[in-house]
Design a protein around this ligand. Structure first.
Ligand SMILES: [Zn+2]
Length: 218
């Protein structure tokens, strides 16, 4: 009797070991899209929390800032993302380059390759392919060469925003807003930017010797 019990236990354990890989390969976790924040950031419901997801390897014009031209591009980029993701479910893949920060950036956003569940459309890639954003090469990522090639193709075919411009506005993380009144410069999301702020490159603000805002710390 004892041996029968032990034998059946072993069988159960073996069964669970051999069926596990199958289970994990059925489907990755799927999350509903709650909101499109801008052309390269969404909010999805992950384990009952609304989480901000930054799509890696791509950068689109920033939504919130005073430069009117760029604002139009930002709107088009976020409209494009709404078109392909609103009301959809997504799943994520991660890049080995972000293992060190547990796939989060300094704002606590999840850094991910985002796929649409209904047809496995690779969203990060689709944004670049259709000309609504750059390959974002400030931080290394595995698919960099692929994305750069797609960007060149979109640019020469004048797809999306490339129909209007030779230069989609620079990666948002390197853009800051300088307020001539206060002499300080801010991140795009800072509440203290002010109406007269000018959009400039971070390197330019630093080389001009402007003062970084103590609140948003650009
Ligand atoms: Zn600030």
């Amino acid at each position: 009797m004892k041996y029968v019990l032990i034998a059946s236990l072993i069988i159960i354990i073996l069964l669970s070991i051999f069926t596990c890989p199958e289970k994990s390969s059925i489907a990755p976790d799927e999350y509903p899209v709650v909101r499109i924040v801008d052309g390269d950031t969404i909010i999805a419901k992950v384990d009952n929390f609304e989480q901000r997801i930054r799509l890696i390897g791509v950068d689109t014009p920033e939504s919130v800032h005073p430069n009117k031209d760029v604002e139009d591009f930002a709107l088009e980029a976020s409209d494009f993302l709404k078109e392909i993701l609103e009301g959809e479910y997504v799943f994520f893949r991660y890049d080995q380059n972000n293992v060190g920060t547990n796939h989060k950036d300094r704002y606590g956003r999840i850094l991910a390759y985002v796929y649409r569940v209904s047809d496995s459309l690779f969203i990060n890639q689709e944004i670049i392919r259709q000309g609504y954003g750059h390959a974002y090469t400030v931080y290394p990522f595995t698919l960099q060469e692929d994305f750069l090639k797609l960007e060149r193709d979109a640019r020469s075919a004048k797809r999306g925003l490339w129909a209007y411009t030779d230069e989609i506005p620079a990666p948002s993380d390197s853009i800051v807003f300088y307020n001539p009144g206060s002499g300080k410069f801010h991140r795009a999301e800072c509440r203290d930017i002010g109406k007269d702020a000018i959009r400039i490159h971070l390197e330019d603000a630093q080389s001009e010797g402007f003062e970084p805002c103590k609140i948003c710390k650009p």
